[in-house]
Design a binder for this molecule. Structure first.
Ligand SMILES: [Zn+2]
Ligand SMILES: [Zn+2]
Ligand SMILES: [Zn+2]
Length: 412
């Protein structure tokens, strides 16, 4: 068993498990040492005058405020060819975290699947001892963001359901376990009219208002209930009156009673069908649950790039067609050091360091790749009538950039 310097941090109920640092450094060293030291950089061809003139014609067509003849008349002077170099670094990384989960499970199902032990399955009894980095999880595609979720091997445990105290059923919150609820049609009065019969609060043997006894009622309705064998009725209803006096309230006929509750003022709770209990949704009524750890593996690509400084605005340079002049892929790439432009080497080094700093200890680098793209660039001196100046041709698609457009009148 390798020694891991595993650091755990919690975010929500998800525990992010840092990648083992020592392994990472070791991998990095080995991988970098294995890279070939000779690197070949492809070249870009410089622009020739004919190409520049063609590009000017296209530019004249694009900009209506310039005539095509201007491109023909223009005298092209000195050409200064160079390239703009874009360095791109991509790191494909994985981060891992765990999260606790439970599912409804009967003891029978569990024993069939895991055998006759109820603790954790694996070397350690406790899932917290498992290191999520001990398992190999492969991405489906390289350099594409994706998330994979699976059960952490050996983390399965059988336990009693805490939501229902292993009873398989929970108290019905709607009726507070009474199984009876206030009748909504008569507002708990038992009367079709919805108004309590005067006899229930004037008769000396009854003298009780409906809704009077708050201590025996429940929050959602203030109807106090009396349970009489299998019969339940609300205080202050005709049924209550009859139970106290033995006769119905004076002048009251069956047609005066609420037809939904028949004068009881209460009805069977429709959430629990009168039982006062509901099947526990956590364990599905079995009273037991299986808990396990979910292993969440996130694959991500981090991409950075740097373009060498030049006189054409970077925004334009990025749109131009470029040529790949170098590409390399490895577990860890080694910064470019031998390119003839120092700035490129510096960019490469800075980004390689930045990527490593960002992922170290948090995630693990699976693969890195880096590329160099050249955007050909040519500074052109021109004369047009009495005007002279400079413009640039850039990109493999030979785009034109004038820092200052020649005035319209000069082109006529
Ligand atoms: Zn339960
Ligand atoms: Zn009713
Ligand atoms: Zn209920």
């Amino acid at each position: 068993m390798p020694v891991h310097s595993s650091r755990l941090s919690m975010s929500g109920d998800k525990a992010v498990v840092a990648a083992p640092l020592l392994d990472d450094i070791e991998n990095h060293k080995q991988s970098v040492a294995a890279l070939p030291s000779k690197r070949y950089f492809d070249d870009v061809l410089p622009f020739r005058e004919e190409e520049i003139r063609e590009a000017l014609k296209r530019e004249a067509k694009r900009h209506r405020w310039w005539k095509e003849s201007a491109a023909k008349k223009m005298e092209i002077g000195e050409l200064e060819n160079s390239s703009c170099i874009q360095y791109v670094l991509e790191s494909f990384t994985e981060a891992r975290s765990t999260s606790e989960a439970t599912e409804a499970y009967t003891l029978g199902q569990y024993l069939d699947r895991y055998g006759y032990t109820l603790g954790g399955h694996g070397d350690d009894a406790s899932a917290s001892q498992q290191n999520p980095w001990d398992y190999e999880v492969l991405p489906n595609v390289m350099f594409a963001d994706q998330t994979r979720v699976m059960e952490l091997p050996g983390s399965s445990r059988m336990g009693s359901c805490t939501a229902c105290n292993a009873e398989g059923a929970t108290h019905c919150f709607h009726c507070r376990g009474n199984g009876q609820d206030k009748c909504g049609f008569c507002r708990g009065t038992g009367m079709k009219s919805g108004v309590a019969h005067p006899a229930v609060y004037t008769h000396p043997m009854v003298a009780s208002f409906p809704h009077a006894d708050l201590s025996r009622g429940y929050a959602s309705s203030s109807t106090a209930m009396v349970r009489h064998g299998n019969n339940t009725y609300g205080v202050g209803t005709p049924m209550y009156f009859m139970s106290k006096t033995g006769v119905p309230p004076p002048g009251l006929g069956t047609h005066d009673l609420c037809y939904m509750c028949h004068g009881r003022g209460v009805r069977e709770c429709h959430y629990c069908k009168g039982g006062g209990k509901k099947t526990c949704s956590t364990c599905g009524g079995s009273g037991s649950v299986r808990s396990f750890s979910k292993l969440i593996v996130q694959f991500e690509t981090e991409k950075s790039d740097c373009i060498t400084a030049c006189d054409v605005p970077e925004m334009l340079i990025r749109q131009a067609e470029k040529k790949e002049i170098f590409s390399e892929q490895a577990n860890y790439v080694r910064p470019i050091t031998k390119y003839h432009v120092k700035e490129v080497n510096e960019n490469s080094r800075a980004l390689c360091v930045k990527h490593l700093e960002r992922v170290m200890g948090k995630s693990r680098v699976i693969q890195q790749r880096h590329m160099l793209f050249a955007i050909p660039l040519c500074k052109v001196a021109f004369t047009l009538g009495s005007q002279s100046g400079i413009f640039w041709v850039y990109g493999r698609d030979a785009r034109i950039y004038f820092p200052k457009y020649p005035a319209k009148c000069a082109i006529l």
